[in-house]
Ligand binder design. Structure first.
Ligand code: BGC
Length: 774
């Protein structure tokens, strides 16, 4: 754990420069706009430890798979998000000395991520090895208004010298991914051009042929007026720049405004890429930094108005939740159905920036409640479009007749993952993809989605499960052998309760969907039946048989579901008995030791209870929670939120709050000692869920929203807004009670605790701790 980030409700603040924390801060202070994302690398040179990262959405490279022992069925490559050309670079030299904080004495260092207005700020005083001192103040952002553009203000003031200052704003395409499997560079140059005060560089990815044009234009100012010093074009391979040499005077501020853009061939024709980039850069230049920043602040204000969670009485919790919401918005805007949400978003290389089951299991609820339904729909459509590839993927593994296995990790629908215990065995991901369809329709009421897209996916997923189970003569039940559940600290187990449960649930839901579409849209039903060659009688009969004969491991004495066959053979010790020095286990124990232990990486049985809560009585939930939680080490960031929601449901407010804190400040406090690799973007949606589904107890049942809020003891109040079927509801919880305000004109029915209310447009209801007041 690290506690160097200052607590502040709207800002992430670092004071003092500690090079050992630099990579952690580079992740924490990342900026992005859904189209691109930039780690908080410095504009000027830095020769210390750093992970450079500028990522352009949808642009990836298929890095040839590297494994120790090749297994049939492995994908040939791992598609990874690419570190693209450096657009932020501004090289600074004083006489012949390079400004490089690694070689300087740094004082008054302060880095601030302003979440309210969406920009990053940094200031410091540096003493160069020669003794020259200068003061620097920078601001930058990726515009969410002009989403292909970014802008930088970089101001330098010499403190104790007059001298020659050489300023070189540049674009450098000679970048690499630190996780490249063969230390290969993924980009080749297409075109470059450097001019006076502007430059353009187009790079192409090897193999995939994506092109990205990065452009810049800048202006240098002395004491507020444009400098007249010449701006000399500089070019080298994969590098373009323009250099300005000035004689700087002590106390006089020199300011650079640099406007840049990253345009990808995913959004523009290749032959028009450079001219489009030129246009975006010029527009930014004409608009100017101040106006761009004002527009940025206004656009962020709008986002906050819709999705903020306001907590009073606990600044650390407030900062945590805002940080999570902020980073989610920076990662995914939902405007483009070709994009998805990588577990690290645009903040690091780990996980390749690709789509995981995290999106369906954790992110969908956040976007359903805080954005237009189209956003969640786009996430579903992403998988719908990948259905043919998911069918191919299953066929590769020997499945037939249109069965689909969605990839564990993907960019374009093809599987990228290459560890057999995950690629071939962590098949529960299919369940999350089906569940997301159910969740979307449950929330939005958009039943048409089923007929148009959902049913086809559900049929293909159901076919997979129907082939993946086998009949056990011995048990006279269907069993599922050789799987890995969500808890990746168990591999190749038989009858993982979660997987068996979700498989049967998928079959049930597919049957329900078939029946519903046949009733509501018979023509579309026939189209799907024909397109999928669906054998109505046989397939449905088989699915029904599996549903009624599925094997679910359980222990009668303890009254709990068993995570998998034989789980109780393991030595039953609890996480609290572990030596803290040995945690996280995955950084201290050998893999076989982890596999033999009873310790659980993340919610597994409990994940199933979370998804299908309404099917279980409270005592069953409680027994399983009490049994599994103490054995869970939460070494996946996705774990605490599920526990927070279940603890809240079971009335354990204190535990719910502890789990919440752990998810909400996971990165800010570097809980798992891995923030330097990038932020845990997908689990940030889980933090939101902890508040909304946990503390506020929000559920959707029979087309109606319900709430059962409690106020964490440390808080004075919390409030948030929810969109639901055209209505906008504000929920405020404080010590006096709960207030629901319908901020829209649309009437909405809600359940609050045990009371049912019809909230007309622009009306409200208040329920006090003692009872209903109005
Ligand atoms: C978790 C997976 C998750 C992946 C990406 C892993 O550590 O165990 O459930 O999909 O991280 O977030």
């Amino acid at each position: 754990m690290k506690h160097y980030i200052k607590v502040d409700e709207w800002n992430i603040i670092e004071e003092g420069f500690d090079p050992h924390l630099n990579k952690v801060s580079e992740s924490l202070f990342s900026i992005g706009n859904g189209r691109m994302g930039q780690r908080a690398n410095f504009e000027e040179a830095y020769s210390g430890e750093s992970l450079p990262g500028n990522y352009v959405a949808g642009v990836y490279y298929p890095d040839k798979t590297r494994v120790g022992w090749w297994k049939n069925g492995y994908p040939e490559y791992f598609a990874k998000v690419l570190n693209a050309a450096n657009w932020i670079g501004i090289d600074i030299r004083i006489n012949d000395e390079v400004l490089d904080l690694h070689n300087c004495t740094v004082r008054n260092f302060r880095r601030v991520l302003n979440m309210k207005a969406g920009y990053l700020e940094r200031s410091f005083t540096a003493t160069l090895p020669s003794g020259k001192q200068l003061q620097v103040h920078t601001q930058r952002f990726c515009s969410i208004v002009d989403d292909e553009a970014g802008a930088i203000r970089y101001a330098i003031t010499p403190i104790n010298f007059d001298g020659q200052l050489t300023i070189t704003p540049f674009i450098d395409g000679d970048v690499k991914n630190q996780d490249a499997n063969y230390d290969e560079k993924f980009w080749e140059e297409v075109q470059r051009e450097a001019m006076e005060g502007a430059a353009y560089l187009t790079m192409r990815t090897k193999k995939t042929g994506f092109e990205v044009c990065t452009g810049m234009r800048f202006q240098v100012y002395r004491d507020g007026l444009p400098s007249e010093s010449p701006m000399l074009p500089v070019e080298a391979e994969k590098y373009v720049a323009s250099r300005v040499v000035l004689s700087a005077r002590s106390g006089e501020e020199i300011m650079i405004l640099k406007y840049a853009a990253n345009l990808s061939s995913e959004n523009h024709a290749k032959d028009a890429l450079k001219s489009a980039c030129h246009q975006v850069v010029e527009q930014a230049f004409i608009k100017g930094f101040d106006q761009m920043l004002q527009e940025q602040a206004a656009a962020w204000a709008h986002k906050w108005e819709e999705s903020d969670i306001v907590i009073s009485g606990d600044a650390a919790a407030q900062q945590g939740i805002r940080f999570n919401i902020f980073q989610l918005h920076q990662t995914y805007t939902g405007e483009d159905a070709r994009l998805n949400i990588g577990p690290k978003g645009f903040t690091g290389e780990k996980y390749g920036g690709a789509a995981y089951w995290d999106t369906e299991a954790y992110c969908i609820p956040f976007y359903l409640a805080t954005a237009d339904p189209q956003v969640a729909r786009n996430l579903l459509l992403y998988r719908y479009r990948h259905l043919p590839k998911a069918i191919e993927n299953a066929a590769k593994l020997g499945f037939t007749h249109g069965a689909a296995l969605y990839p564990m990790v993907t960019m374009n629908g093809e599987e990228c993952h290459n560890e057999w215990e995950i690629t071939f065995e962590e098949i529960h991901r299919n369940g999350a993809i089906a569940f997301a369809i159910f969740n979307y329709i449950r929330y939005t009421g958009d039943a048409l989605y089923l007929a148009d897209h959902g049913l086809e996916v559900l049929i293909a997923v159901a076919r997979f499960w129907a082939q993946r189970v086998n009949w056990s003569q011995d048990r006279e039940r269907y069993v599922m052998l050789g799987v890995t559940g969500p808890n990746e600290y168990e591999n190749n187990v038989n009858n993982n309760w979660y997987t068996n449960t979700m498989a049967a649930w998928c079959l049930e839901y597919a049957l329900e969907a078939l029946e519903q579409v046949q009733r509501q849209a018979p023509d579309k039903y026939m189209e799907v039946i024909m397109r999928t060659y669906f054998r109505e009688q046989d397939e449905m009969a088989k699915w029904r048989h599996i549903i009624s004969h599925m094997y679910y491991p359980a222990d009668e004495t303890l009254g709990v579901f068993l995570q998998q066959d034989g789980y109780l053979d393991k030595e039953q010790v609890l996480a609290r008995d572990l030596d803290p020095a040995q945690r996280p286990l995955n950084q201290h124990w050998s893999w076989d030791r982890i596999l033999r232990s009873c310790f659980i990486k993340q919610a597994d049985v409990l994940q199933g209870l979370y998804f299908l809560e309404d099917r279980f009585d409270e005592e069953t939930l409680r027994r399983n929670f009490d049994f599994y939680e103490p054995r869970t080490v939460h070494e996946s960031s996705l774990s605490p939120c599920v526990h927070a929601i279940l603890a809240a449901k079971l009335g354990d407010e204190q535990r719910a709050y502890e789990f919440y804190l752990r998810t909400s400040r996971l990165d800010l406090d570097d809980y798992n000692n891995d923030t330097e690799d990038g932020l845990h973007i997908t689990s940030m949606a889980g933090t939101w869920m902890s508040v909304v589904e946990g503390f506020a107890g929000m559920r959707v049942r029979n087309g109606r929203l319900s709430f059962a809020p409690f106020l964490p003891a440390k808080w004075q109040s919390f409030a948030f807004k929810i969109r639901f079927r055209g209505a906008l509801l504000k929920i405020s919880v404080d010590k006096r009670g709960v207030q629901l305000v319908n901020r829209s004109d649309r009437e909405i029915n809600v359940t609050l605790y045990n009371g049912e209310f019809t909230l007309k447009g622009q009306s409200q209801v208040f329920v006090s701790s003692e009872g209903i007041k109005a």
